[in-house]
Design a protein around this ligand. Structure first.
Ligand code: PLP
Length: 485
């Protein structure tokens, strides 16, 4: 084998499978790693909730890939030529052209972010008692559907919930159950079927084109619209290219078009897909477009800016076109795959295979001694921040809500997500994260659970405050200082 080999545009060194950055740094932001004592103070001030930390205390921010991706020089330069206008902006024409080219849809409604698209879709199509089948929910999707009286039914396959797996498409929908559900409930109760690309909450796991086409066939049979949440579509297309044999000779551009062709409505959050703000709902069906159109000026802004700055519209238009490049869209999955593989070798429990948007550590296995009602994933995020200065996100029981009787609903999975925003971090920063996580694993017995001191009734994970059960944070940093001397 040669020294290096090109795998779908992203280069890897042959010996260690090191993914290479196919871009160079042109503008930087200085970072600082504050002392561990300050990190302890910071997490105490933030109520052991990583959403309440300030970036001045954070070394690497792996909270999310939303609105934090690096932009290209072309995106930034285009922001300077933005054609500011309330109505009829030429920048908006460029966005329309890009969407047509990349996603193959010609009727477009711009919105300020992904959840705004979900608000409009839900108001337009969801009614009291509606049933919404999907491969898996996303937090904001579920909230908007429920707000309009709808019920979400998740039709994922068994594999989706397995932490360790080599299934290439854990985001697939169970089509047998879909057909059964429609027959049982009747098509009239189902305003649309929703498929989410690179299914976020189960670890950024993709579905296959074959599965998407099977879902399409059922949608046709019962005449139900198919809606595609395309916020993470670039990576899903990349995984189809890499993992689905029939597509190994296709381009990412062809795969993207074929995916979008299956759906009647495609919507996305551009915070992940192409810029740092924005989103859109797209379709080729005039009757569906007409049901949503008037909601945009009501909730978002006029039809040619949708509540976002024209500069962001320019950045979105360019970013979408960059999505079809393998060496752009493959960067984040390649880094995630590397991180997942290395952690797996060190016996750190992570979701495999690597997916999109980040690396997901299984806190149940990491801390078998912490009961689920003491929030192992929340404890992992806090402990990891203490020993690394890296901010992750809790995706477990803290992120769910209590039932109407106030009982805790234990989440399916207790995860710490370490997001790798696109083109943001270097491989040595990823190595640092791996090293600190490994240290924490070796010292996991010290770490205990958390309990709420302030618990808001809605979306408690954003603003809730907690405290440690016992004095484990002090003991953890003492051991850490001793080992680091
Ligand atoms: C982020 C995200 C959303 C919501 O988008 P926002 O821009 O954060 O409102 C919806 N669906 C998926 C799959 C997402 O990842």
């Amino acid at each position: 084998m040669n020294h290096s080999e090109t795998i779908s545009g992203v280069k890897f060194f042959s010996r260690k499978e090191i993914p290479l950055e196919m871009h160079k740094v042109k503008v930087v932001q200085q970072l600082q790693l504050v002392p561990v004592e300050r990190r302890l103070q910071a997490i105490q001030e933030g109520g052991y909730n990583s959403f309440l930390l300030n970036t001045r205390d954070i070394f690497l921010d792996m909270l999310t890939d939303s609105g934090t991706n690096a932009m290209s020089d072309e995106q930034v330069s285009k922001m300077f030529v933005a054609d500011d206008a309330y109505a009829g902006s030429q920048s908006y024409d460029k966005l329309e052209k890009s969407i047509k080219e990349v996603l193959g849809k010609k009727l477009i409604l711009p919105v300020h972010q992904g959840r705004a698209a979900e608000n409009i879709l839900s108001i337009a199509f969801v009614k009291e008692g509606s049933i919404l089948p999907m491969n898996y929910h996303f937090t904001t999707t579920l909230a908007h559907i429920q707000k309009n009286g709808g019920n979400v039914v998740e039709l994922y396959k068994e594999e989706a919930m397995k932490i360790k797996s080599n299934h290439p498409f854990k985001g697939n929908m169970d089509c047998l159950r879909l057909a059964e559900l429609i027959k049982k409930e009747g098509r009239d109760k189902i305003p649309f079927i929703r498929m989410e690309a690179s299914t976020n909450l189960i670890g950024g796991q993709p579905f296959s084109m074959k599965n998407l086409k099977e879902v399409r066939a059922i949608a046709n049979e019962f005449d139900i619209p198919l809606v595609l949440d395309a916020s993470l579509i670039g990576e899903n297309a990349y995984f189809i290219f890499k993992r689905e044999k029939e597509y190994e000779n296709s381009s990412i551009a062809e795969i993207l078009i074929e995916m979008c062709d299956q759906a009647d409505i495609v919507y996305f959050s551009a915070r992940k897909l192409s810029s740092s703000r924005g989103g859109a709902i797209c379709t080729n069906k005039k009757e569906l477009y007409d049901k949503m159109r008037d909601l945009v000026p009501l909730y978002e802004g006029f039809l040619t800016y949708g509540g976002i700055s024209i500069r962001e519209i320019e950045a979105m238009a360019v970013g979408l076109k960059e999505t079809i490049r393998e060496d752009v869209v493959g960067q984040s999955p390649a880094f995630i795959q590397y991180m997942v593989n290395e952690l797996d070798k060190l016996s750190v429990p992570v979701i495999t295979p690597g997916g999109a948007l980040g690396c997901h550590v299984d806190a149940k296995q990491f801390f078998p001694h912490i009961p689920q009602n003491e929030y192992p994933a929340g404890a992992l995020v806090a402990a990891f921040f203490l020993v690394s200065g890296i901010r992750g996100m809790e995706r477990g029981t803290i992120s769910s809500t209590r039932d109407i009787n106030g009982n805790e609903i234990l989440a399916d999975m207790e995860l710490m997500r370490l997001a790798l925003p696109r083109r943001l971090f270097t491989l040595s920063q990823v190595e640092y994260a791996i090293d600190r996580l490994h240290w924490l694993l070796l010292n996991r017995d010290i770490v205990g659970g958390l309990r709420f001191t302030e618990e808001p009734p809605v979306l408690r994970f954003f603003t809730g405050r907690l405290e440690p059960v016992g004095d484990w944070p002090q003991r953890l940093i003492e051991k850490f200082k001793k080992d680091m001397e």
